[in-house]
Design a binder for this molecule. Sequence first.
Ligand code: NAP
Length: 163
Amino acid sequence: MLSLIVAYDKNKSIGQENTIPWRIKKDMLRVKELTTNQTIIMGRKTLDSIGRALPNRINRVLTRDKSSLSHYKNIEVYSDDTILENIETDKAFIFGGGAIYSMYIDKCDEMFITEVDTIVEADTKFPDFDLNEWELVSRQEFTKDAENEFDFAFIHYKRKRGL
Ligand SMILES: NC(=O)c1ccc[n+]([C@@H]2O[C@H](COP(=O)([O-])OP(=O)(O)OC[C@H]3O[C@@H](n4cnc5c(N)ncnc54)[C@H](OP(=O)(O)O)[C@@H]3O)[C@@H](O)[C@H]2O)c1
């Protein structure tokens, strides 16, 4: 099962200057809950923005320059699509950023999206996708509070099959 996890705003923006431009604690907890004990697949820039491998997950990273990542511990480094092969966990999550979502969205079976109810300044976007290809499994709405900067929704889509 290949899954994808992302948080984007109303314009499908996901990042600005290699950071995520909002603080939604509940989203961070959801990411942790869904991906712990699973494999996460990310681009080198996303790893740099996090600054370390995320614990209790297999961290796979895509780069054209493997040597540039030698200072990181607990990562598996790839330079091509073999990053999707021989997954040993139940699920693998496409974890971002923009380049990696664009490369692999068409291979994903499901998407966990956090839609943040704002429009931020951004330099990185999630790729456009055709909603007709996806079946809504669930959608939960939340209101902003002290720990969650904007209203947001958790959305789960599964790819429609056999139509
Ligand atoms: N909102 C969210 O849910 C979310 C999630 C994740 C990330 N983000 C944000 O997204 C932004 C980063 O996204 P991004 O698109 O700039 O970078 P990215 O997708 O994280 O990483 C891009 C890097 O991946 C490597 N790469 C890409 N295509 C490759 C290929 N075909 N073969 C080998 N390596 C390849 C290259 O690394 P090298 O340059 O080392 O060769 C490239 O520079 C940040 O702002 C981050 O905070 C947001």
